[in-house]
Design a protein around this ligand. Structure first.
Ligand code: IMO
Ligand code: MG
Length: 427
């Protein structure tokens, strides 16, 4: 049956259009509020799928004052959706265990399938993460030390077992152990890790890409939950200050093993300002009182590591690049409320490098550390009340300015951390 006919079977209304699958992707350096947006939209979908990254992610959802943080479980959990962890994910079974235990403690249950091809993160990859960061010294990336880069590297070296290999007991790790022995002083014993990991994964193994297609064939929509942000992409981000995996929407088909046509629409998520955790260039970074204020009011501390996040103004140069790379069809803008606490309001519309201006992030990338932001002053949000259904005119003006610049509609606006503080536009 042709694709267009299937859309008719189970129409899903989003921004006046009918879509089937939807990808939620971060457009900055992570922590854009993807978890909240996934949770908000999850009702219309049968399953929520993680397709990239691993437990370096920290997706936060706040409901009635209670905060839930997920590192591996897809954020559709709280809407009781089918949860799928795809083969492109670097899977730490012990982190998964902790999250499943937390769900059980709350009296909940996760309807979870983990792809048997997932790259595993063992204790060894975490050790290697710390070891390599130590070697970098002052140039450390500031990784989350969750073993993400090393596990993808070990995958490329074909030295690490996949989830299914571990469960079936069919992978010989002696070469990996010998490799680690060449640079680690002590090799942790993996026996307990293996037993516990097998126990977590047993009964959950499956073919996630196949499952997505099966759900689509039956007329169900599926949501793909991105981790990290576009500017942390291993290839297109601010290399080497990036994560170990692909973060852009085109990794959905490759990371899951589904055709490109199944990707569906792409909703980009951006904060109304910018944050970054760890090292690397950050042209709009604020090191003044305003930045400090935003960090405090916006609770800009890492959900995975607790580190203070670096804070800067909204950067349209980076956003335009991210919109293009991901083929973003709609935008969700988060944390607009935080800007009501600061007197200034700026948006970066270009970079100046050695006296010449550019609005092209790709061209600026090799010199990003020397890029000085060119700002457009915007009307301040200071003291505005954003809680009513209708956004104040000043806020609407900013959104229209962004729509003009980015050529995408701002469909969703988040005006507070609570699930309920979410406003749909252009509905
Ligand atoms: P979510 O999904 C913000 C950053 C780290 C570091 C770099 C490399 O919550 O948006 P890694 O451990 O991945 O090798 O670290 O990437 N980083 C994130 N920053 N949000 C994330 O995920 C991140 N995942 C990794 O801080 O700079
Ligand atoms: Mg996060």
């Amino acid at each position: 049956m042709p694709f267009s006919c299937r859309i008719e079977l189970n129409p899903l209304r989003l921004n006046s259009r009918y879509v089937r699958n939807l990808c939620i992707v971060g457009l900055q350096w992570g922590d854009e509020g993807k978890g909240k947006i996934v949770d908000y939209y999850a009702d219309g979908f049968e399953a929520v799928v993680r397709y990239n990254g691993g437990s370096n992610a920290g997706h936060t959802i706040v409901i009635n004052g209670r905060t839930f943080v997920f590192h591996l479980l897809p954020s559709g959990l709280l809407k009781k959706k089918k949860l799928l962890i795809g083969p492109g994910v670097a899977l730490d079974p012990l982190t998964l265990r902790e999250e499943l235990d937390m769900v059980a403690k709350e009296g909940g249950e996760a309807d979870l399938m983990v792809d048997e091809r997932c790259t595993l993160v063992t204790t060894l990859e975490k050790e290697m993460d710390s070891f390599i960061e130590g070697l970098r010294g002052a140039n450390a990336i500031g990784t989350t030390k969750r073993g993400i880069g090393p596990s993808y590297a070990m995958r490329a070296l074909r030295l690490t077992p996949r989830a299914g290999d571990l469960v079936n007991g069919s992978f010989d790790m002696s070469s990996a152990i010998a490799f680690y022995g060449s640079f680690l002083k002590t090799i942790p014993d993996l026996t307990e890790w293996k037993d516990r990991s097998r126990e977590v994964l047993a009964g959950k193994m499956g073919d996630v890409g196949g499952k997505v297609m099966e759900l689509n064939e039956a007329g169900h929509s599926v949501m793909f939950e991105g981790a990290q942000g576009t500017l942390l992409d291993l290839i297109f981000g601010t290399y080497p200050y990036v994560t170990g995996a692909h973060t852009i929407a085109s990794y959905v088909p490759a990371g899951l093993g589904i055709p490109n046509s199944a990707l569906g629409d792409v909703m980009g998520v951006a904060k109304a300002y910018t944050t970054r955790v760890g090292g690397g260039p950050f042209p709009t970074e604020m090191t003044d009182e305003t930045g400090e204020k935003i960090r405090k009011v916006g609770k800009e501390y890492g959900a995975t590591t607790g580190r203070p996040r670096r804070v800067g103004w909204l950067d349209l140069v980076g956003l335009k690049y991210a919109v293009r790379l991901n083929g973003v069809s709609e935008l969700a803008l988060t944390k607009l409320d935080i800007l009501t606490k600061v007197k200034e309001m700026k948006v970066c519309v270009g970079y100046s490098i050695d006296g010449s201006e550019t609005g092209d992030f790709s061209r600026a990338l090799p010199r990003l550390a020397d890029a000085r932001p060119v700002y457009q002053d915007m009307r301040s949000f200071f003291g505005l009340e954003l809680r009513e259904n209708q956004l104040p005119q000043v806020a609407e003006q900013l959104l229209e300015f962004l729509e003009d610049e980015l050529k995408v509609k701002v469909t969703l606006v988040s005006t507070g951390e609570e699930r309920s503080a979410t406003m749909q536009r252009h509905a």
